[in-house]
Design a protein around this ligand. Structure first.
Ligand SMILES: [Zn+2]
Ligand SMILES: [Zn+2]
Length: 287
């Protein structure tokens, strides 16, 4: 039987009914990442339509006037009564609150976005970085602008700027934040796990898409070898591109990194197996 989400002895209020209104055209123009971030930031942070257009979809609000994110939200049935409804809630509480409704398609979509947010960005939620992942993806796509064939892209990724720098592209300036580096590292590995070579596919991924389009529908985790909380650096040399499974194994210490001569590999402390690590960027392991 379903139990209502509680905080302390208080039953949390139930989610207002969805009021769906057309606008599928705009909804379909945006990626799953866009949908997820628009929904998340509307429900949890109460961002206005204009702010969502500007900060999440990267549009000029003078031109878009908030209509694009409004259309996405209206398509899902999210209206004023839902704005910042989940402010102060944990994602798990929000998921529990949505669960009784999930047989309806719009609820199912909203539920899947929040589930995705909870699973994919676990590490970001724990870190101090508040910078939207979408900003990071946007930055990486700007950085790779003009590089179209796989070889050009690969070359461009070879020269990823170091962390926390300002980067000039044409007349624009981009601040290279840690999430940007993380996104760029995922691109560098084509979203393949460095340990098990698994890749996480999202709906809409198609093999025949150009590589940069494929990246919009793939997913991977980035792990800091030495945690930032323990003084680890926020540089690529301290990062690995992993699938969520292998990522978890590092956090439970099942997997540890070892170095023999100058060769870095993974050691499984349970099975006592040595697992090779695919390395395409300079990785630094503290002695
Ligand atoms: Zn893996
Ligand atoms: Zn990690």
């Amino acid at each position: 039987m379903y139990s209502y989400p509680m905080r302390g002895s208080r039953i949390l209020p139930s989610f207002p009914p969805l009021r769906q209104a057309g606008r599928g055209r705009e909804y379909n123009q945006y990626s799953l990442d866009d949908h997820r971030e628009v929904v998340y930031n509307y429900l949890f942070k109460g961002l206005s339509h204009r702010a969502l257009d500007r900060d999440i979809l990267g549009l000029d609000p003078l031109y878009s006037r908030g209509f694009q994110s409004m259309s996405i939200l209206h398509f899902l049935g999210l209206v004023d009564s839902h704005k910042h409804f989940f402010e102060g809630w944990s994602i798990d509480e929000a998921l529990a609150a949505l669960k009784p409704y999930t047989h309806e398609e719009a609820y199912l979509l909203i539920y899947s976005y929040l589930l995705d947010k909870a699973q994919t960005y676990q590490e970001d939620r724990e870190s101090e970085y508040g910078v939207a992942e979408l900003d990071a993806r946007y930055w990486v796509s700007q950085y790779l602008k003009g590089a179209d064939d796989p070889e050009q892209i690969e070359t461009r990724l070879e020269y990823l700027p170091a962390s926390s720098q300002e980067f000039k592209y044409g007349t624009s300036r981009y601040y290279v934040s840690s999430p940007s580096l993380k996104e760029a590292l995922k691109c560098k590995y084509d979203f393949y796990c460095q340990v098990c070579h698994t890749r996480i596919y999202r709906p809409k991924w198609v093999r025949t898409l150009p590589i940069k389009e494929q990246w919009k529908h793939l997913n991977a985790d980035v792990h800091h070898i030495e945690p930032l909380s323990q003084g680890g650096s926020d540089l690529l040399e301290n990062m690995l591109c992993l699938c969520p499974n292998c990522h978890r194994r590092f956090h439970t210490q099942e997997h540890i990194l070892k170095k023999a001569q100058s060769h870095i590999f993974v050691f499984n402390q349970i099975t006592k197996d040595h697992v090779p690590l695919t390395i395409k960027h300079a990785v630094r392991l503290r002695a």
